[in-house]
Design a protein around this ligand. Structure first.
Ligand SMILES: [Zn+2]
Length: 240
C-alpha cells in the first residue's frame, strides 16, 4: 500500500529534528508516511549504528510511521553516484509517495546537502518509464525541503503546536545522541544541554511567523496552492 509522504534524510534523527511535528500531524489527518535514513549514522561521535537503529525504530513508532528503513550510503561521506541514485529511485517507486520531504540541498553539513541533491534527482528520474528497475515508474508531485543546520528562511510553515509533545518524545527516543548527564561519551553539538532548546526555539520562531506557538518551515520549487488568501494570513503579526 502506497504512502502519501516519504521523508528521506541523511542520518537517523534528522527527520525528528526538522519535520517530526509535521509527520505527526499528517498521521493524525489520516495520511500514511514512511521514513528513509540514507545512512546508518555509523560515523556519529556517540552511540553506534546498532544503537541508533533501535532508537530510530522507536522514534518512527512514536511518530506513527508505516515503516522506517536505512540505506547504507556512507555516513560522513554520503555517496550520490548512479548506484545510490538507483537505490533511492527504487524506494520511491516501491512506496509511491505523493510528497517527498528531504533536507534543503544547500547546508553546512555535506551529508545533508548531498542527501537533498540525491533525493531531488532521484525523485525526478523515478518518473522515467524507460528507466527499468524492479518497480514501475512513479514521480511524486513535489519535493519539499526542510532546513537543517543553516537557518534557511522558510516560504511556508506548518502549525505543529498540538503535536509538539509527540515530536519531543520522538526526539527523546535518540537517547545516545542528545543530552544525558549520565553519559560518559564525548560531548557533541547535539548532546549539549541547550541543543534541544535551540531546536525548539527554531520551531517557536517558525511558529511566530504564522502566529502560532510551534511551527515547522519548508521550502519548495513550487509554492503550495492557497484556497483562501484572507484565512491564510489570519492570526499573523500584522504590518508585513
Ligand atoms: Zn544529520
Amino acid at each position: 500500500m502506497a504512502v502519501d509522504v516519504l521523508a528521506i534524510a541523511a542520518h537517523p534523527d534528522d527527520v525528528e529534528l526538522t519535520c517530526g511535528g509535521t509527520l505527526a500531524r499528517l498521521k493524525a489527518a489520516g495520511y500514511r508516511f514512511g521514513i528513509v535514513d540514507l545512512t546508518r549514522g555509523e560515523m556519529g561521535t556517540r552511540g553506534s549504528a546498532e544503537i541508533r537503529g533501535k532508537e530510530a525504530a522507536r522514534a518512527a513508532e512514536i511518530l506513527g510511521a508505516e515503516f522506517r528503513e536505512a540505506l547504507d550510503l556512507g555516513d560522513g561521506g554520503l555517496r550520490r553516484g548512479r548506484e545510490e541514485e538507483l537505490a533511492v529511485i527504487e524506494v520511491i517507486r516501491r512506496e509511491k509517495p505523493r510528497i517527498i520531504l528531504t533536507p534543503y540541498p544547500d547546508d553546512r553539513h555535506p551529508d545533508h546537502r548531498r542527501a537533498g541533491q540525491l533525493v531531488t534527482d532521484a525523485a525526478f528520474y523515478s518518473g522515467l518509464r524507460k528507466l527499468e528497475t524492479a518497480h514501475p515508474a512513479h514521480r511524486p508531485h513535489q519535493t519539499v525541503y526542510f532546513p537543517t543546520f543553516d537557518p534557511q528562511p522558510p516560504t511556508y510553515v506548518v502549525d505543529v503546536t498540538p503535536y509538539i509533545e509527540i515530536r519531543r518524545a520522538a526526539m527523546r527516543a535518540f537517547e545516545s545522541q542528545f543530552h544525558n548527564p549520565n553519559s560518559t561519551e564525548p560531548q557533541t553539538i547535539l548532546s549539549q544541554k541547550d541543543f534541544l532548546e535551540m531546536i525548539e526555539s527554531r520551531s517557536r520562531q517558525h511558529g511566530a511567523l504564522i502566529g502560532v506557538e510551534f511551527g515547522e518551515g519548508f521550502l519548495s520549487r513550487r509554492p503550495p496552492r492557497v484556497d483562501d488568501l484572507v484565512q491564510a494570513f489570519s492570526g499573523f503579526e500584522p504590518g508585513y
